[in-house]
Write a protein that binds this ligand. Structure first.
Ligand SMILES: [Fe+2]
Ligand SMILES: [Fe+2]
Length: 498
């Protein structure tokens, strides 16, 4: 399948009808409105890509100029790292310097041990068998790492970024970039920043250009967006690139558990995807992707648990409580499936560590519940269902499609629950809540209309979409599914998607 066919209108029609039927509106929506297959057209989302990116810039006010008062970034031993920090805190790479990664030798008594010596670490060059630790919960492991030393260790189009660079972590890593040093940029500034795409923070790198860049600092972007290079300029990119389904939002950010070496979260009946034909880099990227998916699915269990309590605070009918409880159980199974796929890709067992719940709040105010319901369920779960449904027809490794099919079917039910709950809360007028819902939908639409940014290998046939592909898929889902449902529910709402 080509990336253009990801946005075929026919992918979205079954989900749209299912949700409209749940809202009791399928007949109305079939009656020649603007969202029929013919009107949608295949590949139509591409036309919105530009406006989506614009929406995400969030009133940045443009770039603020180039680097002022530059200072060299020194290593702990006082030597030059090749990086320069500007007065506004931004960092760029003046010249390439060899990296040193402090590797801690394994003690042998770690909680998880997957290598005995460097000789066991052959998936990539420079393999080291190293000790590492998690702060919370306390956890130690001994496993393979593959730090680079210089740019020549990385493929063309990548730079070896040392631990001193933002977002790199303790070991030097190959990072995709259109510049390796300042000399490669017309502006004389090859910028580096730490960007969290929802799967975790990592370094991103690219030429800054004051004339084209929509932002220079994260503080110029709206909440849940960060300033990062994308294509040929810097833009405000979403921090919610990984969510598939209902996130557990705490204090405005998706909360997930860390990964731990354990085998009790694996769905033994799940597939063992045939991955022998894939490169080590692609297998590693798949393992990281599925670990992120698994962590988000695991967090969805808690999200539904919270939702059940909030429904009770509203005096909800039993059908909604049953559906919410069932959805929570579905998410347990999704997490087990995702950890099974991640473990198969990684070649070692993974499961969730403890989930931190500090800061978790229960909403009892109907307006707050509506806001979260629209963002997490009506938009989040609907996009998750659409994404899984499309990927079920896209992925090539045997067994992976069936995982996406299972997730798509369940996420569709969860989306139905979200829309039916919203319909129940808005029944009988509730003008104030309708206004809240409309505003929440506008915000969620803006958030998900922007292309997320990913680093590392991307492969459509393995379900690793590029940021542009996932952005296009989400915009098509918003236009073909979310918007018609919202119009059906709030017939007098202004049309939000052009
Ligand atoms: Fe879900
Ligand atoms: Fe899920």
């Amino acid at each position: 399948m080509s990336s253009a066919s990801l946005t075929k209108a026919s992918h979205f029609a079954p989900l749209r009808w299912s949700l409209l039927a749940a809202l009791g509106s399928a007949g109305t929506a079939c009656g020649g409105n603007a969202f029929t297959d013919a009107a949608g057209g295949s590949g139509g989302a591409g036309a919105q890509a530009g406006s989506g990116a614009q929406a995400g810039s969030g009133g940045s006010g443009g770039a603020t100029g180039s680097c002022r008062a530059p200072k060299p970034v020194l290593r702990a031993d006082g030597t030059a790292s090749g990086l320069v920090q500007c007065a506004d805190g931004t960092v760029h790479r003046e010249h390439a310097a060899d990296c040193t990664s402090e590797v801690t030798t394994c003690t042998g008594d770690e909680a998880s041990v997957s290598c005995a010596s460097d000789a066991d670490c052959t998936a990539l060059p420079n393999g080291r068998c190293a000790h590492s630790e998690l702060d919370f919960p306390p956890w130690t492991q001994c496993g393979c790492i593959y730090p680079c030393t210089r740019d020549a260790d990385c493929e063309p189009g990548y730079a070896c970024l040392c631990p001193e660079a933002p977002g790199v972590g303790p070991y030097a890593t190959c990072t995709p970039t259109d510049c390796r040093t300042d000399a490669d940029c017309g502006s004389g500034e090859c910028g580096i920043t730490s960007y969290d795409n929802g799967c975790g923070a990592h370094a991103t790198m690219g030429c800054r250009d004051a004339a084209r860049d929509e932002c220079r600092l994260d503080s110029e972007c709206q909440e849940r967006f960060s300033c990062t290079p994308q294509g040929d300029h810097w833009t405000c990119a979403t921090n919610d690139g990984c969510a598939i389904g209902r996130p557990l939002l705490i204090e405005g950010r998706a909360r997930t558990a860390s990964s731990a070496a354990r085998h009790d979260w694996l769905d033994e009946a799940a597939l063992a995807p045939e991955l022998d034909a894939l490169s080590p880099e692609l297998r590693r990227a798949l393992a990281e992707h599925w670990l992120s998916v698994a962590a988000l699915e695991h967090a969805s269990i808690a999200s539904f648990a919270r939702f059940t309590l909030e429904l009770m605070s509203l005096g909800a009918p039993p059908e909604l409580l049953v559906a919410s409880q069932q959805a929570s159980l579905d998410e347990v199974e999704h997490a087990r499936l995702a950890y099974a796929v991640a473990s198969a890709c990684a070649g070692q067992h993974h499961g969730p560590a403890a989930l931190r719940l500090d800061g978790l709040a229960l909403a009892t105010d109907p307006a707050a519940i509506v806001r979260a319901l629209v963002a997490e369920a009506c938009v989040g779960e609907t996009l998750g269902a659409a994404e899984a449904r499309v990927l079920a027809t896209t992925v090539a490794p045997p067994g992976l499609a069936s995982v996406y099919e299972r997730i798509a079917a369940d996420e569709e039910r969860h989306a139905v629950l979200g829309w039916q709950t919203l319909a129940w809360m808005l029944q009988g007028g509730a003008a104030e809540l309708r206004a809240v819902a409309l505003e929440a939908f506008k915000e969620a639409r803006e958030l998900f209309s922007v292309d997320p940014v990913f680093s590392g290998p991307r492969d459509l046939a393995c379900g690793l979409l590029t940021g542009a592909e996932l952005g296009a898929l989400r915009r098509a889902s918003l236009r073909e599914v979310v918007e018609p449902c919202f119009q059906a529910l709030l017939a007098d709402a202004p049309q939000l998607v052009a």
